[in-house]
Design a protein around this ligand. Structure first.
Ligand code: PSV
Ligand code: MN
Ligand code: MN
Length: 430
């Protein structure tokens, strides 16, 4: 196994903080004990928590105006995996990587699998890309892919998704995530129903190629790159498509793909209720698909989403088991630091949601005691679970303070020597 951060360095950095963490952990343990919560049970669940990193998130992102590359950026999927291994070494919460094809150029999938195995990394959902043309592509996606009026373009998009399934089988993935940029920019440009019918016909062909133990996740997005209408613009079109396709098709919720103020936690609840919650792309946003770091703006919203997820776990809801993943673009931070921070932020929301007194909440709900119901959630949200997160990392051999340990390791400066910048986007960030 290759570990890019020396275990001895992690131990040395942890040694400086371990005493404080133990003190804080004991204090929090006493506080939780007063509420009949065993802190070690919660820490064990925190240790189990995993969230995948997107391969494209390890490169510096950009906008359609400019991109400002950092030093030592990964230039290919192998280097993206090396960075992902660092993230997991320190955070101990990100053992899976989600690739994006053909952004991630691969000649030999068996070789890639052997390399990920050597880093103790696994593969999460495969993301297909039919929102741009590849060099020399015969039938363009300019006017859509799976819903294009041209059968040739549709067939190309279908075949790419079927190829993604084959590649995913070699990598050991079990999910295909389909997000398309299909839509229109002008009223009247597209016949809404015909376009959706074409999309569904194409998706049926992809669904037919799905192994029986795989899931097909459909990602909705309200706008961009089409700015008047988008084929799967919201969770309504998403769940309709998933229902039309069958039980292996589910909806994926990317937090940034909703209008500001949309009640995302309620969408999550609806999808859970109808066994259609496939997974998440976590990020945060102020305006639209900003792809900012998870929990950097709306930590309470993130907590409320986890309140629904933990509630489903608590009620042992049938068919529940979504994939968790980050989908972020890092324009001004070191992507490794942002991804570690974000994984911990999502883990924090999960852990805080575990602390909600659910029987009490149900009682307040049944009594219509709005104030105390809300206070019950706020109480859990306001508990600083940092000692639990730090202890979970410590117990698993990770870093108590991942960012400080990463900085102390000099990893970025070290890889910069082997990875000269080409000034280009490594990922084609959207
Ligand atoms: C689209 O905005 C999206 O959220 C989809 O998940 C894409 O695959 C990803 O971003 C690419 O950055
Ligand atoms: Mn996404
Ligand atoms: Mn997006």
């Amino acid at each position: 196994m290759t570990t890019r951060i020396d275990k001895a360095l992690i131990a040395e950095q942890n040694a400086k903080l371990e005493g404080f963490v133990k003190e804080d952990y004991e204090a929090l343990g006493n506080k939780l004990a007063r509420e009949d919560i065993n802190i070690d049970d919660i820490t064990a669940m925190a240790e189990e928590f995993q969230i995948a990193v997107p391969s494209w998130g390890t490169g510096t992102g950009g906008t359609r105006f400019a991109r400002f590359p950092g030093i030592g950026e990964p230039r290919n999927i192998f280097e993206k995996l090396e960075d992902s291994a660092v993230i997991n070494d320190l955070s101990q919460a990100t053992e899976r990587v989600s690739p994006h094809f053909p952004w991630d150029k691969v000649d030999d999938f068996k070789e890639l699998k052997e390399f990920s195995d050597s880093l103790s990394l696994k593969w999460d959902s495969i993301n297909s890309n039919t929102f741009q043309d590849q060099a020399g592509q015969e039938h363009s996606f300019k006017y859509g892919s799976l819903s294009n009026t041209s059968k040739e373009s549709r067939d190309l998009a279908i075949q790419h998704n079927l190829d993604c399934i084959e590649w995913g089988k070699t990598l050991g993935s079990k999910t295909l995530t389909v997000w398309v940029g299909d839509g229109s920019n002008h009223p009247g440009q597209q016949h809404f129903q015909s376009a959706f019918e074409r999309y569904l016909e194409s998706m049926k062909e992809i669904y037919a190629g799905l192994p029986s133990d795989w899931e097909l996740h459909i990602e909705h997005k309200m706008f961009e790159p089409a700015f008047y209408s988008t084929i799967i613009q919201d969770w309504g079109s998403n769940i309709l498509a998933a229902m039309e396709l069958g039980p292996q098709a589910k909806s994926l919720v990317d937090l940034g793909h909703h209008a500001p103020n949309v009640n995302i936690e309620m969408i999550v609840s609806r999808l859970i209720q109808f066994k259609k919650l496939g997974g998440f792309h976590f990020n945060d946003s102020k305006y639209g698909d900003d792809d900012l770091d998870s929990g950097s703006l709306h930590p309470y919203q993130q907590f409320l989403i986890f309140n629904e997820l933990v509630d489903a776990e608590y009620r042992k809801q049938e068919g529940f088991g979504p994939n968790y993943m980050l989908d972020q673009s890092h324009n001004v931070t070191d992507p490794i630091e942002s991804l570690m921070n974000s994984a911990a932020s999502v883990q924090r929301s999960y852990v805080a949601a575990l602390l909600v007194n659910r029987p009490l909440l149900t009682q307040y709900q049944n009594d219509n005691d709005a104030l105390m119901a809300s206070n019950t959630l706020k109480h859990a949200f306001n508990i600083d679970v940092s000692p639990i997160l730090a202890m979970a990392r410590l117990r698993k051999g990770g870093a108590i303070d991942p960012v400080a340990t990463y900085r102390a390791s000099g990893y970025r400066q070290a890889v910069a020597k082997d990875r000269p910048s080409n000034g280009q986007s490594g990922s084609g960030i959207v």
